[in-house]
Each structure stands twice: as C-alpha cells, then as structure tokens.
Ligand binder design. Structure first.
Ligand code: SAM
Ligand code: SF4
Length: 387
C-alpha cells in the first residue's frame, strides 16, 4: 500500500520546489485538482529521494505517549497585538533567523515520515508569512499520498477573505479562527488594531469555500465573560463550533494577568443557564473537552490548561519559525532542528535530533495564575511557540 503511494506522489529531500509556468492551466486546460498543486500560475513538482524513511512505528516519548501531531509557528509576527498574547511594543525575531519555506517543508516532511499524521500551521499570524501557500501546497501532497490525515490552520481571520478559497483548494479542510468578541469597538480594543468587519468577511469567505470553521475564544474576566453565551448562539447560527480557552501565562504582556484569568468552570456554569449542554464523545485528539449544544446542534469545547490540565494524553510537538522544537507549550526544554538540518543534507542529524526530542518531552506543564504570582511562567510568547 505504502509502495503504491510512494510511486504516486514522489517528493524531494533537499531540492527546492520547482515552479514552472509550462503547465499553466490556462494554456493546457485547468487541472487544478488537489493532485496537481498550483500557487498562482506556478505548478510545484517534487522528486523525492528519501522515502525509505517512512515510519514503520509511531514515535513515542518516555511516558509512552504517541507523537502524531506537529504544530508549526510559521512566523512570530502578527498584524494584531491581542492584549493577552503580546505587548504593545513587540520585538520580533530577525527575518534572517527564520527557516525558509523549503526548510519548514523538510522538517515537516521528516516528521510526517516518522508518523506525524496532523499538522497545524499557526503563529503569530500564519497568513502573513510570505510563501505560506507554497508550504500548504507542499504539505498537501503528503495528504494526497495518504501519509498525512490533516493540515489545519489557526488564524486571526484578518487575511481570510483573500485566502480562504486557495487554502481549501490546497488541501485544508478545517480552520480555527480566533475571535474574542463580536463588538467592533471591543474587538479593536483587544487586538489593539483589528477590524471586526474584516474578520467577519473572512469567515463568510471561509464558509463559501466550504471550510469547516471553529471559533477560538479566550475567556477574559471583565472583558468578554458576559458575552460568551451570546457568542455561542451566534456560532450556532453560523454553523461554527466554538472553543473557550483559559488564558495562559506565556510571555510578558506588559500587564497583570490575574486581572484577566477566568476559570472555565465558571464560564460553563453560566452557559448551562442559557443552553442545554449535552455529553459528547467528540474529540480532535487535542486538549479540548467537548459538549453538544442541543439548541444549535453545534459543539462547544473547553481548553483548561490551568484548572484541569491535559498533559497525560499530549500527542504533540511544537516547531517555531526559527526551527526550535519545543516538546511542551509550558516548558523550556527544546531541540535545535535548524542546526541539525543545516549541518547535514542527508537528514540523518535531523532524525537524530527528533530522537533526542522524544527523550526530552516533559511529563507536563506547571502553569499557575494567582494574585502575587501573575508573571509569565515562560518568557516566550504564545506567538513564538504557536498557539
Ligand atoms: N494569530 C493566530 C490566531 O490568533 O488565531 C494564531 C496564533 S495565536 C497565538 C493562537 C491561539 O492562541 C489564539 O486562539 C489565541 O487566542 C491563543 N492565545 C494567545 N495567547 C494566549 C494566552 N496567553 N493564553 C491563552 N491563549 C492564548
Ligand atoms: Fe496575533 Fe493571534 Fe497573538 Fe492575537 S492571538 S496577537 S492574532 S498571534
């Protein structure tokens, strides 16, 4: 079975993708199916030389957890400055330190060959990273070959109107869109610059493209706590699932987080006053615990890293845009994939670095936010590690 897929979808090890206009669909008839990937008028052709590495067994860490999910922060930059995520004045990583699109693809492809079945592109804002469509196109080939189950995206939605149809065509089926309020003024306030209308247009485009959308909302004391029930109703009308997230102490945001922290146990109690929440065995393999919303037929998820953590079933690793692999969102242990990749074109060193990361994955994080203990648990922002 794997043999047949290999022949169907050859991919390169170190060669860059080859854009060509020789197969311009307008000249040769439009065959823009998922099997042939075009970005603009360029078609990308891959010739693989490393498929002998396809995983025969799934990667496991020292606690017996299978690693099947890679989250990739493709940039730490963002066009918003959400006040729980970033400070007003952010110093971003120098562009020269970033992995190129080819290098991001090489690291992702190596993980896929070692058994990763799902990749989420995030950031920062993934849709502001130059070359993001090429990366999705390359990853889409693994989906076509059957090695990858899913490519997903977490986005703030600001660029969605432009890109929704293209990302769907390239193989993305589901996206998470982060939105913490439906009030335009409050939206501007929390993002320090975002326009709600732009995101709503993006969501329309996503629906039109056939993307399945989940809304991510960080529950924030005194900011949106009284709006969450209405937002759940709005999501129901739109056909979106919704996930509520507890704020996590990541990075200096130039303010006090204990003012923001709202335990989801209290959010759930309020939602239950308005909605019939029913047990659900739905899972995406992630930390979210889902309930059905009987009145809308949609689902609501709760991510509770502080009040009830989810480390025992963690199946993921996190790659930053500079090639640092973090084994846990809430711990500092890391392995430098960029050095390993650049030192050895055969990818042996990269594979050895992945082996090392499996031995280093910690048992869990130790987040806490309380008065007098409200500083960042870690220096790095969520936008660096990838939320
Ligand atoms: N820019 C994209 C977005 O906003 O969807 C992707 C990156 S953002 C870091 C990913 C998710 O992390 C968003 O849903 C955001 O709300 C969440 N997030 C950021 N900082 C957080 C924090 N300190 N605690 C909890 N969630 C956070
Ligand atoms: Fe940007 Fe997303 Fe962080 Fe908001 S949450 S500042 S949109 S990276």
């Amino acid at each position: 079975m794997v043999e047949a897929r290999r022949r169907l979808t050859p991919r390169p090890q170190t060669q860059p993708l080859t854009p060509t206009s020789a197969n311009n669909p307008t000249e040769n008839g439009d065959d823009r199916s998922r099997k042939t990937r075009y970005v603009g008028e360029k078609r990308y052709i891959h010739v693989d030389t490393t498929l002998s590495r396809i995983a025969t067994k799934i990667m496991q860490d020292t606690f017996g957890r299978s690693i099947t999910y890679l989250r990739v922060s493709v940039t730490d930059r963002c066009d918003f400055r959400c006040f729980y995520c970033m400070s007003e004045e952010m110093e971003f990583l120098p562009r020269k330190d970033l992995l190129s699109i080819e290098e991001l693809d090489q690291v992702c492809s190596t993980f896929i060959k070692r058994g990763v079945r799902k990749i989420r592109l995030t950031g920062g804002e993934p849709l502001v990273r130059r070359g993001i469509m090429e990366l999705i196109a390359r990853l889409g080939e693994h989906k076509d070959s059957g090695l990858l189950d899913e490519i997903t995206l977490t986005t703030n939605g600001s660029q969605l109107a432009k890109h929704a149809h293209e990302i769907k065509r390239l193989g993305v089926e589901r996206i998470n869109v982060s939105m913490d309020t439906l009030d335009a003024d409050k939206f501007f306030e929390i993002t320090r610059r975002g326009k709600l209308d732009q995101v709503l247009m993006g969501l329309e485009a996503a629906k039109d493209a056939g993307l399945k959308v989940k809304i991510n909302t960080v529950a924030l004391k005194a900011f949106n706590e009284h709006e969450l029930s209405d937002m759940l109703g709005w999501c129901g009308e739109q056909g979106f699932d919704m996930t509520m997230i507890e704020t996590m102490p990541l990075g200096d945001i130039g303010g006090d987080r204990s003012d923001q922290y709202l335990p989801l146990s209290s959010v759930r109690a309020r939602l239950e006053a308005d909605w019939t929440l029913t047990p659900s065995d739905h899972t995406t393999g992630g930390p979210s615990k889902y309930l059905g919303v009987a009145e809308t037929g949609q689902k609501v998820g709760f991510i509770t890293p502080l009040s009830d953590h989810f480390c025992d079933s963690c199946n993921r690793m996190r790659l930053t845009c500079t090639g640092t692999l973090y084994m846990c969102l809430g711990q500092d242990s890391a392995v430098d994939m960029r050095a390993a990749l650049r030192a050895d074109p055969t990818l042996e060193k990269l594979n050895t670095a992945i082996d090392e990361s499996l031995t280093l994955k910690p048992k869990g994080h130790e987040f806490v936010i309380e008065p007098g203990n409200d500083g960042p648990a870690l220096k790095r922002h969520m936008s660096v590690t990838g939320g």
